[in-house]
Design a protein around this ligand. Structure first.
Ligand code: NDP
Ligand SMILES: C[C@H](O)[C@@H]1OC(=O)[C@H](O)[C@@H]1O
Length: 255
């Protein structure tokens, strides 16, 4: 139990990677505030028992982020760990992409992580006992999907936000790292890139381990980064993508 009595916030925690992170942090002894914009977050928290609470918020809105932090302090008295996980995508060709769709993805995927990090870090600094922030980036911070412009742009920004926040907060003992998953079997990926056998084949043909990842395989990295086992790590993005996709190289797909 590496996180005994630590208090964590996990955003986008109703499902997918966020729920897997909340489940793993609870297993490691943490108490967790599950945050999501939709009502299913209540059921997700209930499934984790007394170690979990829930709060509904759009994490791209400062007023709601501030309320989320206050609700966590009211419920648990402190914040030790923040997992910035909430994210969305929007598919459109570059020439057709609407400004509002670009703005929405950047607000949710990038600005939210700044807002949540700033609000949580202010409490951590006040308490003077350090803390840990984990941002959910993506392999697409470095690779690209042509019809997912705001998504790949937002994830590149997440890597830089991770670096700049790690420098700004190091003095206070607050570590800031990111995780860059590859294609993980969740609703987001099923809608965005696994919608057809051809799309799945394309992704697997450039994934040396030959399979998509499971949310739990990302959650285990979050548990590591949140623990003292990562006490000398900050400003880093750890990729869990089944192997780095090499140009002009494919692997036999094992169906
Ligand atoms: N799955 C994958 O292949 C990969 C995912 N990632 C990243 O991992 C993170 C989680 O992805 P994944 O679990 O797949 O996604 P899911 O869509 O399965 O889960 C994301 C959750 O976040 C919620 N959410 C969306 N917008 C907001 C908001 N403004 N405020 C609060 N909650 C919100 C979603 O609600 P709603 O359903 O209403 O949108 C949903 O419950 C994302 O940041 C994603 O970019 C990175 C690499 C790979
Ligand atoms: C939405 C993306 O397409 C999805 O999330 C990621 O970052 C993965 O690379 C998947 O492609």
């Amino acid at each position: 139990m590496k996180l005994n009595q630590k208090i964590a916030i996990v955003t986008g925690a109703s499902q997918g990677i966020g729920l897997a992170c909340a489940q793993r942090l609870v297993r490691e002894g943490a108490r967790v505030m599950l945050v999501d914009q939709k009502p299913e977050v209540e059921q997700a928290a209930a499934s984790l028992g007394d170690a979990a609470r829930f709060f509904r918020a759009d994490v791209g809105v400062k007023k709601e982020v501030d309320a989320m932090v206050q609700a966590t302090l009211d419920a648990f008295g402190r914040i030790d760990i923040l997992v910035n996980n909430a994210g969305v995508t929007h598919a459109a060709d570059f020439l057709d992409l609407e400004e509002d769709d670009f703005d929405r993805v950047l607000r949710i995927n990038l600005k939210s992580m700044f807002l949540c990090s700033q609000a949580a870090a202010r409490d951590m600094v006040k308490r003077g006992e350090g803390g840990c922030i984990i941002n959910m980036s993506s392999v697409n911070a470095e690779l690209t999907i042509p019809n997912q412009v705001p998504y790949v742009v937002s994830k590149g920004g997440v890597n830089q936000l991770t670096r700049v926040a790690s420098i700004a907060l190091a003095h206070y003992g607050i570590r800031v790292n990111a995780i860059g998953p590859g294609t993980i079997l969740t609703e987001l990926a099923k809608q965005a890139v696994l919608g057809s056998p051809e799309a799945r084949h394309t992704i697997l043909s450039r994934t040396p381990l030959g399979r998509c990842g499971e949310p739990e395989e990302v959650a285990s990295i979050a548990a590591f980064l949140a623990s003292d086992d990562a006490s000398y790590m900050t400003g880093q993005t750890l990729y869990a993508d089944g192997g780095r996709m090499a140009l002009n190289y494919t692997v036999p797909v094992r169906d």
